[in-house]
Design a binder for this molecule. Structure first.
Ligand SMILES: NC(=O)C1=CN([C@@H]2O[C@H](COP(=O)(O)OP(=O)(O)OC[C@H]3O[C@@H](n4cnc5c(N)ncnc54)[C@H](OP(=O)(O)O)[C@@H]3O)[C@@H](O)[C@H]2O)C=CC1
Ligand SMILES: O=C(O)C1=N[C@H](C(=O)O)C[C@H](O)C1
Length: 259
């Protein structure tokens, strides 16, 4: 039986993971980390009655679980994953907001501790494929902008997926700005900038998680789009990560690297 600690169990993604783990007979949630607890009863969150609930890292013993799943907030993810690795947990991280430097530090720490794990900005297959196709397309269409659209409760912008897409595209094209002379009569109108790739973040009720990558060429354009209409779309990736995490030899970044 693989024991799972779920950080962020009361959140939208946390509750999806609770359902997923219930359907996986070889896995059990034995502990949960929350920010605030509305109830001390694990059953209120769909967790097994014997699951231990914690509200701070310092309370969590090293043997509460084998695997640490994190769907919390950008402000806490680095500390959480650092704590997980220092205490022998294999991390599966969906929370966005880790910087490149933080990812490198955590990768180094995982190596020191001999622990494998995964950090994935997106566990949905449509997004993983979008990123792969976008990187391929950018070799032929270097002029590109990204529009991501999310629910109104999303705390960070741009999305981790949009930033990961821009990084993959930047690997295969020369950094340049399309239409560099265009001025902004309204500040921010051209969006955020990653090595000349413009990123636009839309936040609206009714949306879940969506991304479009727009490529423009001479007299033609290519648009690649993915839609997560429901958060259950991320669970196939989390399931794969759970099934593989015990055999991973290092901390991987990107679901595509363990498929
Ligand atoms: N990789 C992927 O495929 C996906 C990643 N995400 C990412 O996952 C993260 C969570 O998303 P989502 O579930 O929608 O967000 P929610 O706001 O619904 O859930 C976050 C949960 O984390 C809790 N929390 C906040 N701080 C801490 C902390 N220090 N320790 C433990 N728990 C904490 C919050 O508690 P409280 O409300 O009490 O503060 C809340 O219950 C985001 O970064 C999002 O971008 C989302 C979807 C897919
Ligand atoms: O906050 C979300 O909802 C999502 N966050 C991730 C991101 O920032 O890319 C993954 C997906 O877009 C949903």
């Amino acid at each position: 039986m693989t024991r799972v600690l779920l950080a962020g169990f009361a959140g939208s993604m946390g509750q999806q993971v609770v359902k997923l783990v219930k359907e996986m007979p070889s896995f059990e949630i034995t502990a949960g980390l929350a920010h605030h607890l509305k109830s001390n009863d694990p059953a209120e969150y769909g967790l097994p009655a014997e699951a231990k609930l914690y509200t701070s890292l310092a309370e969590i013993p090293a043997d509460a679980a084998d695997v640490w799943i994190d769907f919390t907030v950008p402000a806490s993810v680095y500390q959480n994953v650092r704590y997980a690795l220092e205490n022998g947990y294999r991390p599966i991280v969906g929370t966005t907001g880790l910087t490149d430097e933080q990812e490198s530090e955590l990768t180094e720490l995982a190596k020191e501790k001999g622990l494998g794990g995964l950090i994935a900005p997106n566990f949905g297959m449509s997004a993983v494929l979008l990123m792969k196709f976008a990187q391929e397309a950018a070799k032929y269409f270097p002029d590109v902008e990204i529009i991501e659209m999310h629910h109104e409760d999303k705390k960070d912008a741009p999305s981790g997926t949009a930033l990961a897409t821009a990084k993959l595209i930047a690997e295969v094209r020369k950094p340049h700005q399309t239409a560099p002379e265009a001025s902004e009569s309204l500040p921010g109108a051209r969006g955020g900038d990653y090595q000349g790739i413009k990123l636009h973040a839309v936040r609206l009720p009714g949306y879940v998680a969506h991304e479009q990558v727009l490529f423009g060429g001479k007299g033609e354009a290519l648009t690649i789009r993915q839609d997560s209409f429901d958060r259950s779309s991320f669970m196939s990736g989390v399931k794969v990560a759970l099934e593989k995490v015990q055999e991973l030899d290092s901390l991987y970044v990107g679901l595509e690297n363990i498929l």
